[in-house]
Design a protein around this ligand. Structure first.
Ligand SMILES: [Zn+2]
Length: 564
């Protein structure tokens, strides 16, 4: 028995990433400024774990990025959302590095991207250059930091991926970020995990009060419990020189000295990242904005961040026994904050059983489910929900109340509606909108087959049939109709759609396609005169913008420009 246990322990420790086995001096820093992070690897984000480091760029754009090692540009993606302007380098040691939210690319790379954009007459492009096409040497300038795509401020998103394209913690490769601050723990929760389990008189998850000790660690008042229970915490880490609340590196638990779980943010695959919603207490996050990490593994949680687990991290508290549960939260530099929870096992009978509202729909996780309600048909695929759940689903005319966004959804659920009998606005302008907490509609991607509209969503909440009959609006930002603008470096136009949102745009000057960059955060399209598409003095701009249900409008303007 002992040898089996020892062998198991050995296997477990082998699966951990020994830092010494990874190249430590291979990747130079991609920036020649001090590395201060606004985001760490594995940090908990909306529906995903953060796949890289967010490096602060001193509140400005345009800081040069240098290749951290030899390699070749293997992929370039330009998108309005997500990573914005992104660059991927393959390195001969099998790893790849990724740079996102760039302002622009450098030299040959920028030329190659522009050439393709003009050939395809589109801003959004994705390119996979040959290995010999755009090679880089360590230290070569590859681009400039920016704030493109879904970025909330100037920074560089930097990733290191393994040969299977799984993002890894760049700090394991020697990225050094000074940090002498201990992790912060803000919330401690206890979870009864079987029918008769109970914590402090509650069968529902319950918050435990943290009591700060002189040495900086925490304890709690004695927890009275019985049956299978688990714990969860909300924790962040701060580093030197910044107030940003980043993710921690490791969380370990033990029960009476026996290790229960070892969770490490070292590597994960993109196919598992959405299971973050299973890992956190989704309800607590949505209701209280409290991101509690559950330190035990539930069914339908395949996350590989659990490097070790004993009984899935769950403990069984027995009547009459006293015990201690410990949690250690550790940052990459080893700074640790601990919680020690004294537990007393006491069998307490709670008589009242929870009554279940008869009007709720019971949805089994393991079965596909179709629900018809009013004008709507909902299809929930197998394993779309992580566990069997009672959902509140009601309709009122063209509005569907589909529970609330307090239950995580893993796979797309379809919401369909037949508009055969719809009277009112033009049927072609209808879409299924999601309603925000104020009841205001916003666009949900809607497919149309004949007179059946279908929206796909992974968010529960309110949906409604809405018509968008208003075309996008455009206006000049930095020029005036009929005037001279010889000194302008750019041409900027504001574009806006009141309801379904911008779907596409196309601009020409004197009939020739011009590349315009869409900044959705500022609702602005920008043309750069350096592209040198026009050579005439008198110029006629034509811009067509289309919204998500097909309303389009045309903006025309004339301007004059001195040509050499
Ligand atoms: Zn990032």
């Amino acid at each position: 028995m002992k040898t089996i246990l020892a062998a198991l322990l050995l296997l477990t420790s082998l699966s951990l990433i020994a830092q010494d086995n990874l190249p430590q001096d291979y990747f130079d820093s991609p920036l020649q400024i001090p590395i201060i992070l606004s985001g760490s690897f594995g940090e908990l984000r909306s529906n995903h774990f953060h796949s890289g480091l967010d490096i602060k760029t001193q509140q400005v754009e345009g800081i040069p990025i240098y290749a951290p090692a030899d390699g070749y540009i293997s992929r370039i993606k330009v998108a309005h959302y997500g990573y914005g302007k992104a660059l991927y380098i393959n390195h001969p040691n099998g790893y790849s590095t990724v740079y996102a939210h760039l302002k622009e690319y450098a030299g040959d790379i920028e030329d190659f991207v522009k050439k393709t954009q003009y050939e395809k007459e589109t801003f959004e492009v994705e390119l996979f250059p040959e290995a010999t096409q755009l090679t880089v040497k360590k230290g070569d300038l590859i681009g400039y930091t920016g704030n493109t795509g879904s970025s909330g401020g100037p920074h560089l998103h930097y990733e290191i991926r393994d040969s299977a394209s799984r993002p890894m913690n760049p700090m394991l490769f020697g990225v050094d970020v000074p940090d002498i601050k201990n992790p912060i723990i803000t919330t401690l929760m206890a979870y009864p995990l079987e029918k008769n389990a109970i914590v402090n008189g509650s069968k529902d998850p319950i918050k435990l009060r943290l009591i700060l000790q002189k040495d900086g660690s925490y304890t709690t008042e004695k927890v009275i419990a019985n049956g299978k229970i688990g714990f969860g915490i909300n924790t962040v880490d701060q580093m030197n020189g910044a107030s940003n609340k980043n993710g921690v590196y490791q969380i370990k638990t033990n029960y009476n000295g026996e290790e229960k779980v070892d969770i490490r943010f070292e590597r994960f695959s993109f196919s598992e990242t959405r299971y973050l919603n299973r890992y956190i207490d989704y309800n607590s996050y949505k209701v209280n904005r409290d991101r509690v990490q559950k330190l035990f593994r539930e069914p339908n949680n395949p996350l590989s961040i659990f490097k070790y687990e004993n009984d899935k991290g769950i403990i069984e508290v027995e009547d009459g026994f006293s015990s201690i549960f410990n949690i250690d939260v550790i940052d990459f530099k080893g700074n640790t904050t601990s919680v020690s929870i004294p537990i007393e096992g006491k069998l307490i009978e709670i008589s009242e059983e929870k009554t279940i509202d008869e009007s709720l729909e019971f949805v089994q996780s393991d079965e596909p489910t179709t629900i018809n309600k009013g004008k709507f048909t909902i299809f929930i695929p197998k394993k779309a929900l992580y566990e069997d759940t009672y959902l509140s689903i009601t309709t009122s005319g063209d509005t569907l109340h589909f529970h609330e966004d307090v239950v995580p959804v893993h796979k797309n659920i379809s919401v369909s509606l037949n508009i055969d009998n719809y009277v009112g606005a033009d049927k072609s302008k209808l879409f299924i909108a999601r309603l925000n907490y104020r009841g205001d509609p916003y666009y949900n991607s809607t497919r149309r087959r004949g007179n059946v509209l279908t929206a796909y969503t992974r968010t529960l909440g309110d949906y409604a049939l809405v018509a968008d009959t208003t075309a996008p609006k455009m206006s000049a930002v930095n020029f005036t109709e009929g005037k001279w603008i010889s000194s302008n470096k750019t041409l900027e136009i504001k574009i806006d759609d009141d309801l379904s949102g911008i779907s596409s745009y196309r601009a020409t000057i004197n009939g020739k396609f011009i590349l315009m960059e869409y900044n959705y955060k500022k609702d602005v399209l920008t043309y750069d005169f350096d592209d040198a598409i026009i050579s005439e003095t008198e110029n006629n701009l034509k811009l067509i913008v289309t919204d998500n249900v097909g309303n389009s409008s045309t903006f025309e303007a004339q301007f004059f420009r001195k040509q050499l």
